[in-house]
Design a protein around this ligand. Sequence first.
Ligand code: AMP
Ligand code: MN
Ligand code: MN
Ligand code: MN
Length: 292
Amino acid sequence: MPEPAEPSAARFIDLHAHTTASDGTLAPAELIDLAERVGLDALGITDHDTFAGYEEALPFAIQTRMDLVRGIELNSRLNLSEGSTHRSVHLLGYWPSNEPTADFYNWLNSEREDRRNRNQRLIEALQQRGVDISLEEVEARGRSLAGRTHFARILVEKGYARNHEDAFTRYLGESAPTYVERQSQTTEDAIRKIRWGGGIPVIAHPIRLRLTREREPEVLLRLKQAGLLGLEIYHSEHPPELQAHYRQLAEALGLVASGGSDFHGDPKPDVALGTGLHGNLRVPREFLDRMR
Ligand code: AMP
Ligand code: MN
Ligand code: MN
Ligand code: MN
């Protein structure tokens, strides 16, 4: 008897991963290698504010059977109706079968400039609290794209924090006394930027929006009016019941479903490429087909 063919459900993808071009710890070629070993059918590289990791990975991916998808992760600020309340929202942008416009590339430079200003202010806040750290030190780790993950590594190495998580609790996270916010554009503006740049805007890890069930449809519909096209329903931080909830929500609101592990390597040691946190996700190939 011949072995039965692999069921098509075995074809799975991961549309959210970081490389050393931003705050991941695997180089682009290493990430492609890992994706091959995991057996991914497609991989989306979504570094913060840069396509450099995707572009470096492309020649390696071409030698494989795997589909490499150009993506990006951007910061934005979602203003909620009650006056001053707002959320920091991460937006994913995908170009699964086309190239971003030249304008979009140029605009990314200003995003990186914005990041650098935040880093400078964060250094000042930390120094004022007596932490021995310099911008040069951080930028030496993060190359062109230093971020809070690189700050965290230095804080741990110098003994200011026990681990990565602790560094965010004490110094870098939204509730820390030295937290410094980026001067982000609104979520609506970031959505429009991605659309004008030829991309598909998707809300990343909606769990972090901290919206009530009543509030969610209203806010997402508002963003849909600005041009939002998708919702990340599978993510390492979404337990199964929440994945089901977001799947229904995306369907009800006419948003395309997306998903990925948010793999970073060492900074999130429990999150595996393709399968998430202790195997809590598996993103079907159909998601990418529908996006296209
Ligand atoms: P940045 O883009 O420089 O503001 O850094 C954001 C990155 O820091 C995120 O993409 C995560 O990788 C990491 N990060 C943010 N908040 C936390 C947290 N509470 N614990 C661990 N890592 C975090
Ligand atoms: Mn990150
Ligand atoms: Mn994110
Ligand atoms: Mn991410």
